[in-house]
Structure formats: C-alpha cells, structure tokens
Design a protein around this ligand. Structure first.
Ligand code: LLP
Length: 427
C-alpha cells in the first residue's frame, strides 16, 4: 500500500530517511535497532543529512556572494561531534561565552575561525577568548569597547552589533531586532562605539553585525535589517546573523535555504558595498531537521483526551513549554492517522506536554515514538528535571550508527555535589 510505504511524515525527517521492513529507518538504520543498541529516549542525528545541509548553505552562499563565510551558531547544538562536523566542512563557529569556546576548541575548531557573541561578556569571558586568539569579537555595547581596549594586547578585529529596530513575527523570547532588545546598540550608541573603536590603538573596526531573531520565516524582515546597516557607512565585513525558520509541522511555511540566500544576497547587493565580505551565522536551519528524538511509549490513558505518555519530555525538549513550538510525531512502525492524541512527558508538571494534538496509529505501551525536527536547541536546553538523565546523541551515517554523547548516569547527577557529613542524631 502506497501510504504505508511513504508516510507523509517522512517529509519532516532527515533527508534520506525511509521505511525499511515496515519501520522508519534513519540513514538506513531502523528505529528498533537504534533503540536496542542505545536505549530510549535518545537524540538521533543523521550525519549525512547534516553534512548535506551544511554544504548546501556553504556552497549556496559562496555561489551567490563569493567573498563570504558561513559560521555555525553553535548554541543550537553544542556538542563536540557537531563542532567537529562543522569545522571539517569548513564552517566558522559562533560562540557565546567561554563554555562554547571550550567545546568548539575541543571539537577541533581553529580559534581564528571563531567569532564571539554575548550581550554581557565579563572580563573573564573576554580574557579567555583573547587568550585563545579568536578571529572576531562582536561588540555588543559601549562598555564592552572600554573592556576590550583595556584587555587587548596587540590588536583585535571587531564588529559592532546594530539593533536595527526590525520586529519579527516569532516568539517574543526569540525576537532580538526590536528597539527594546537587550542585544546590540541603537543608532546613537552604535555611532559612538564605531568612532571609539576607529580611534582606539588596539581594536580594528572591521564591520557590522545584525541578528533579528530565531524561527523567522519573513524574508522581508531580513532584507529590512540589512538595509538598516547601510546607514552607518561602508565597512569590510557584514555579519547578517542567523534566524531562518525551520518547518517543524505540516502547517509551517516551507522557506528553503535557497529562498533565504536569494533574499539576503539581493538585499546585500542593494545596500552593501560590493567588495565587502558577508557572514551568515545560522543555527537552527543547519541542524534542526537532521535530528529526531526517539522515545518509548510508557502508557496510554484513554477515556477523555487520549494521552500517550513517553519516557522523556520537557527535560529533553524545552521548546514546547518555553516557546509553544509545535512538533509532529509518529510511531516507528505504524503510520495511519487513526487516533487524535496528546503526547505527554514523564515529568511532574502539567505543562510537560510534547504535542497537544497529533494523529497516531493505535498507540500502546512499548511502541517507539519518533519526533522529528528536534536537532536544534533541544540538546542545548536539556536539563535534569526530576533527576532525569540527559539523553545520549547517536550519529548515523550511511547506515552506520555511532554514539557521540553517552547517556548521563546517576553518578553524573551526584558528581558536583560536595558531600556533607550527616547530622549526628541528637541524644
Ligand atoms: N546569531 C546570534 C547572535 C544569535 O543569538 C542566534 C540565536 C543565532 C545567530 C542563530 O539563530 P538560529 O539560526 O538558530 O535561529 N533558545 C531558543 C533559540 C534562541 C536563539 C538564540 N540566538 C530555542 O531554544 O529555540
């Protein structure tokens, strides 16, 4: 039967996913084999699909604007294996703070290919990135100019982050380009910062940066933010941020990387100097679709709304409770749209609902449930709510799975605690 061979949900899975012997296979490996080898819940990443997406971005940008570079906004999936893939594929790395720097270096990134963000970089952060010899620091505010001037020995290339006063239709917590955003500088402060940097002995004013938010589908908003940069004079480098939205559900718009690159480069041709270098720093749209979370159904409650409870939840996916992000899901081996259910997590909070309303095919305890498009920010924002153990990450490439982050253990949960001597029982 055709519908069983090609379930519609495959359009949200990593490119190259298929149905093998009646079950979804990621890069050729069936879900039940992954579950048997690595347990559940687990994050599965199709490494081949990830590399394909990276190359598409990298080559697509350089074709349209040869003097360019894609940097990975590593907050979207900060694991050394992902840093390594990005570096191997020739991408630069965007880090926000010392922690991401350490992970990027451990993943093999060349410090000169690293750029640094943060709206409140401490002297400690700055010393760390300067010691490492990073390529670019994105100056967020006037105070940071003073901090850097005092700390830099030799010279340091910097960009200035502009707040372009562009609002975007995305979740409030993901909108960063509006006038009251805590990120970057409005026009007056930015002009002061640019002047001070140009006069400083040790900072080199290389260009401007803008980033208007995340999960953005409105291409005009990107163009508008690029136009806003042209009001500050001409520079050598323009970092145009990230933010392209990724389709998570059937209802989401499908704005392709090519659509996005076309729009951005068109705006750059209209508003920026032709000889300048363009940087893009996508996170979500590089990694989201390569990732799938695999859960085991623990129980199903019927009577009222059907509730399918799985062995993970808001500890491994905060996107839903924090941003109201919608996802789709499927059982690994049954694809009919039979029953409207809600998928809930195992944590002690009513808000721990992964999907409110999805069709599954007669779910029951023991089934494997796959939730696609979880490759961005889920690993990043995982937590230990209710003493949950953070999930392993399994890469699958050309039919071969390999563990790249092991599952957390109960020993890990106790590892940071300084054990206190028990109180003596009073007599
Ligand atoms: N550049 C800068 C300066 C950023 O702050 C970000 C994301 C990016 C690039 C990459 O944006 P992307 O291409 O991934 O949309 N915590 C939220 C996401 C917040 C995004 C923060 N900044 C989440 O869990 O969905």
């Amino acid at each position: 039967m055709e519908s069983i061979e090609q379930p519609a949900i495959l359009s949200l899975f990593p490119e190259g996913s298929s149905v093998v012997d009646g079950e979804i296979a990621i890069s050729g490996v069936q879900a039940s084999d992954l579950a048997a080898a690595y347990g559940t819940p687990a994050y599965i990443v199709d490494e081949s699909a990830l590399r394909q997406r990276i190359r598409h971005y990298r080559d697509g940008l350089s074709l349209r604007w040869p003097n360019s570079r894609v940097y990975f906004a590593s907050k979207a999936f900060p694991s050394t294996a992902v840093y390594r893939v990005m570096s191997e594929e020739g991408l630069g790395i965007d880090v926000a703070g010392g922690g991401e720097l350490v992970m990027a270096l451990a993943g093999g990134a060349d410090p000169r290919d690293i750029l640094v963000h943060g709206n409140a970089k401490t002297d400690g952060d700055l010393k760390m990135v300067l010691d490492a010899g990073v390529g670019l620091i994105i100056v967020d505010n006037l105070h940071e100019v003073d901090q850097l001037s005092a700390l830099v020995q030799g010279t340091q290339d910097v960009l200035v982050r502009i707040r372009p006063n562009v609002d975007t239709e995305t979740h409030e917590a993901m909108s960063t380009g509006h006038g009251n955003s805590k990120f970057g500088m409005g026009p007056e402060e930015a002009r002061l910062a640019i002047g001070r940097i140009q006069r400083s002995r040790n900072l080199r004013m290389r260009g401007l940066h803008v980033h208007i938010g995340s999960q953005v589908f409105d291409l005009d908003a990107f163009s508008e933010s690029i136009r806003a940069l042209s009001e500050f004079g001409e520079f050598e480098i323009y970092d145009l941020g990230g933010g392209l939205g990724e389709r998570h559900t059937y209802d989401d718009p499908d704005v392709s990387v090519d659509d996005y690159l076309d729009a951005v480069v068109l705006a750059a041709k209209d508003f920026l100097p032709p000889a300048s270098k363009i940087i893009l720093e996508p996170g979500r749209s590089l990694v989201a679709r390569a990732g799938v979370t695999m859960y085991r159904v623990v129980n199903v409650k019927r009577g009222g709304k059907t509730l399918v409870a799985v062995d993970g939840g808001m500890a491994d996916n905060l996107e839903v409770s924090l941003y109201g992000q919608r996802f789709e899901a499927t059982l690994s081996n049954r694809f009919r749209d039979e029953e409207l259910v809600s998928v809930v997590g195992r944590h002690c909070e009513s808000g721990d609902e992964l999907i409110d309303g999805v069709h599954l095919d007669s779910p029951s305890a023991g089934d494997l449930l796959l939730m696609p498009v979880t490759g961005a920010y889920c690993f990043t924002m995982a937590n230990n709510y209710n003493g949950s153990l953070r999930l392993p990450v399994v890469f699958v490439s050309d039919g071969v799975p390999r563990l790249v982050v092991r599952r957390e253990t109960y020993e890990d949960l106790l590892a940071r605690d300084v054990l206190v001597t028990p109180l003596q029982p009073s007599r």
